[in-house]
Design a protein around this ligand. Structure first.
Ligand code: CA
Length: 223
């Protein structure tokens, strides 16, 4: 799961990022509204946390713009204490939930989980195909009841595909997701990663949970 946090208070941003990464999320950050909008529209983000008081482009405008362009990702807004009107306008602009500053990290994590769960299958705890089971909560993968050791990248690749069963996912989308800050991407990297992943989750090559569509991408089997 990939989260985007847009917040201009750098100390708070660091705190939030550290905590969310510890929870196992991939976290992208932006410190102004314009950069945040760019990241939210250009990358496959599963949820955005948006501070309303942002430089360049206010949080409310950012959310309106996202929704206007048809982006449905869940948005959690951060509002300043005592500004109840902010919550209302935030929700009207298209936010899904809000949290009033200062907040405790546990509550932020709980709200994010709930939003992802509500986002419709987006945060199902268990994914899989046949006897391949992916426990996204604990990030554990097993085949026929036996746990399989995956590296962090192999796991993220698998979960990303498994959350989109039946959908063709192009290679560039996968490299964007796995290596967002690498400008010098090489599609061979994804192929190598995919080869390793397949040997682990489908050692005898009979289950075929992930299909390769030549020139188009990969597809996780729909149950
Ligand atoms: Ca702010």
């Amino acid at each position: 799961m990939r989260l985007l946090v847009i917040e201009d208070e750098s100390a708070l941003l660091d705190q939030v990022r550290t905590r969310l990464e510890a929870e196992g999320y991939a976290v992208d950050t932006a410190t102004d509204g314009r950069e945040g909008l760019y990241l939210a529209t250009e990358y496959p983000v599963d949820l955005a946390v948006v501070d309303l008081g942002l430089p360049e482009l206010p949080g409310l405008d950012l959310i309106r713009e996202l929704r206007r362009c048809g982006h449905t990702l869940p948005v959690l807004i951060l509002t300043a204490r005592g500004k109840w009107e902010e919550k209302v306008s935030g929700l009207e602009a298209g936010a899904d939930d809000y949290l009033v500053k200062p907040f405790v990290m546990e509550e932020l994590v709980a709200r994010i989980r709930a939003l992802l769960r509500r986002a419709g299958g987006g945060a199902r705890d268990t994914l899989g195909f046949g006897d391949l089971t992916i426990d996204t909560h604990q990030q554990r993968v097993s085949v026929a009841g036996r746990e399989v050791e995956l590296t962090a990248f192999e796991y993220r690749l698998l979960e990303y595909l498994a959350r989109r069963p039946g959908q063709v996912v192009p290679k560039p989308e996968l490299s964007d997701y796995l290596y967002p800050h690498d400008d010098d991407r090489d599609s061979n990297v994804i192929e190598v990663l995919m080869g390793r992943l397949r040997r682990k989750i489908d050692p005898d090559g009979r289950r075929k949970p992930i299909e390769t569509l030549r020139g188009r991408g990969y597809r996780f089997a729909a149950a």
